[in-house]
Design a protein. Structure first.
Length: 223
């Protein structure tokens, strides 16, 4: 009896194991069809590419560049002509009248025309460097020198007073026509072009402006 029971037990175990082997492929197939992919597997492996797809860069964005100052239009044009890529840029020369700091002016104040002319001739005979002012609010004054330095002007003022001349210190306003180079280019190329122009110019510019170009509004058409 014991042997018979043992044989039956072994047969039952074998049947159970065989049934499990036969069912396992269908179960694995159900799991394969029912399992969702992990969230991580849905992420773009290149974060930069993902950011680029989300916010694409504006095509054709340009920088507007302006550098100066130049003393003459010819100097700007000569510099542009020396650039190997000059034909690829729409270079423009801008002209601007700038107000510069006033000079210190040592003068004999305005007098009646006859008196001013007579005194001017006397001063000239003494070998003193001077000229007669013929226009402006100081017309008929006698100029004895223009100075950027106030100290230098005061020194000459005291010297002329020692020569018994009635001299005063006045401001001499002045403007200067200056020129700037302007062009448009892609941002990186704009910086390279500024460096090339500055190197060819041989000295640092007073200013360099690189800004994003603003859109030009289209004028409305009248009906």
């Amino acid at each position: 009896m014991k042997r018979l029971a043992l044989v039956v037990l072994i047969l039952n175990i074998g049947v159970w194991y065989l049934a499990g082997l036969l069912q396992s492929p269908s179960q694995s197939g159900v799991e394969a069809r029912g399992t969702l992919p992990r969230v991580a597997s849905l992420k773009n492996p290149n974060p930069q590419a993902m950011a680029s797809d989300a916010r694409p860069a504006e095509a054709g964005a340009l920088s507007c560049v302006r550098v100066g100052w130049f003393d003459s239009r010819e100097a700007v044009e000569a510099l542009v002509n020396d650039q190997p890529m000059a034909t690829e840029f729409a270079f423009a020369v801008q002209e601007l009248e700038r107000e510069l700091p006033s000079l210190y002016w040592v003068i004999i104040p305005p007098q009646p025309p006859e008196v001013a002319s007579r005194q001017f001739r006397d001063i000239q005979r003494q070998g003193i460097d001077s000229y007669l002012v013929t226009e402006g609010e100081n017309r008929n004054a006698i100029s004895l020198g223009l100075f950027e330095s106030r100290e230098a002007a005061i020194s000459v003022l005291e010297e002329k007073k020692g020569q018994n001349l009635n001299v005063v210190l006045a401001n001499f306003p002045r403007n200067q026509i200056s020129y700037a180079l302007a062009f448009e280019a892609e941002p990186e190329l704009a910086k390279e072009m500024v460096q090339a122009v500055e190197m060819d110019y041989g000295k640092n510019f007073d200013f360099v402006e690189i800004n994003a170009c603003k859109g030009v509004a289209t004028p409305e058409k009248s009906p």
